[in-house]
Write a protein that binds this ligand. Structure first.
Ligand SMILES: NC(=O)c1ccc[n+]([C@@H]2O[C@H](COP(=O)([O-])OP(=O)(O)OC[C@H]3O[C@@H](n4cnc5c(N)ncnc54)[C@H](O)[C@@H]3O)[C@@H](O)[C@H]2O)c1
Length: 377
């Protein structure tokens, strides 16, 4: 349905180091155009994800030479990562921003974004019936990538034990242990099982274990997670994937330094939960440039932004999930989106210069106002 007047939606190139994802694909441009909106894109914004300027133009978007031009004209900016300092100066009072904001991690960012007076909505706090649907796609990518990365570092030249995940006829496959059977863990288990590994997945939720038992293939077994059951698994594990999450808290340390001695030399740990502090005591964040290090003969891979390694997949996975919410925000405007949609009211983090998300306020001992109270007619 054409909008009157059309909303101008702007997509900019990410400026965070080694961030190659982009918030909107040409397919998304087509959908937004169909809704009657205009789309402006910063030239080369999709390059890192294999999306050409021509593809954006063909889909009906208009090109702008730099981010400043997009920020100056657009009513609504869509991004992937939190805005960085050069972007704060370009944000405008009343302009909508929709992105992964991660305000609770950075007080300076929170204060700076509030000062701009932009209406900031965050992917990671958008909640539907207790689930966080805009975090799921990245967990799916990270879970699958954990096995790809783990397989690589199990190779001898990469300091691994030198075992092939699936084995070959007549030779045992590798053993993969996954701690945490949520989105990351399930995707990791499925990928490892598909390659022919022998997989054990541990969780503390019996309900989840029952579900996993139903849906996972026969070469995956489920196990209730306790210190003892985990220790017993570590002895013959070749690849360990850390995939636990306790909502709103740092990841529990389930594998201690002493436990590494139980593992075979050259075995590999991929601690996906590193972005929440990691579930292995010896895990510390690494980068795609230097992803691994060795402690007590065990290779550790602890990249905090794993999906960044596969932007072509991650961009599409992210935008498939975000597009319906972008359309809703553009159609209704920030005020009616907050009033009519509970998920969008929870995604609202900063409205009219006020903090509107409780957990961010608690993190910095700041005051907050529910978004719905601020925008009520
Ligand atoms: N490094 C990266 O690039 C990256 C990318 C995506 C997600 N992550 C992180 O991966 C982690 C997992 O994310 P998710 O989406 O799968 O979360 P999720 O909530 O879907 O699953 C977490 C699971 O952990 C289980 N769990 C909690 N405590 C446990 C324990 N003591 N033992 C065993 N299981 C336990 C829960 O029951 C749940 O099933 C999070 O920390 C997330 O932030 C990291």
């Amino acid at each position: 349905m054409p909008q009157d007047p059309p909303v101008k939606i702007g997509v900019v190139k990410e400026i965070k180091t080694h961030e190659y994802r982009v918030a909107l694909t040409p397919a998304g441009v087509r959908e937004l155009k169909k809704d009657g909106h205009d789309v402006l894109f910063q030239a080369t914004c999709g390059e890192g994800s294999g999306l050409s300027d021509e593809a954006y133009l063909e889909a009906g978007a208009e090109s702008r030479p730099d981010a400043a031009a997009v920020f100056a004209e657009a009513d609504m900016i869509v991004k992937v990562k939190e805005p960085l300092e050069p972007e704060w100066a370009m944000m405008r009072k009343g302009q909508i921003l929709f992105t992964y904001l991660h305000l609770a991690a950075d007080r300076h960012l929170t204060e700076s974004v509030l000062k701009t007076g932009s209406q900031c909505f965050s992917y990671e706090t958008l909640e539907v019936k207790g689930e966080l649907p805009l975090l799921d796609p990245m967990s799916e990518v990270a879970g699958r990538l954990a096995i790809q990365a783990g397989a690589k570092y199990l190779e001898k030249p990469a300091q691994g034990t030198g075992i092939l995940l699936g084995g070959v006829p007549g030779v045992r496959p590798a053993k993969v242990t996954v701690i945490g059977g949520g989105t990351v863990g399930t995707n990791a288990a499925r990928m490892a099982a598909g390659l022919g590994a022998e997989v054990t997945i541990l969780d503390i939720s019996l309900e989840r274990l029952r579900y996993l038992d139903e849906i996972l293939p026969k070469n995956c077994k489920t196990l209730f997670s306790t210190d003892l059951s985990l220790e017993e698994e570590l002895v013959d594990t070749d690849l360990l994937v850390g995939a636990v999450l306790v909502p709103g808290a740092a990841a529990p340390k389930l594998v201690s330094r002493a436990d590494l001695k139980l593992m075979k030399p050259g075995s590999v740990i991929v601690d996906v939960a590193i972005d929440q502090g990691g579930c292995v005591e010896t895990a510390r964040p690494t980068t795609h440039e230097d992803p691994t290090y060795v402690v007590d003969d065990v290779v550790h891979y602890c990249v905090a932004n794993m999906p960044g390694a596969v932007p072509r997949t991650s961009t599409h996975a992210l935008t498939n999930a975000t597009l319906p919410w972008m359309r809703l925000l553009a159609k209704k405007g920030y005020r009616d989106a907050i009033l009519d949609s509970r998920p969008m009211s929870l995604a609202a983090n900063c409205i009219d210069g006020h903090l509107t998300y409780a957990a961010v306020a608690e993190a910095f001992d700041m005051s907050w106002t529910p978004a719905r109270d601020l925008v009520a007619y």
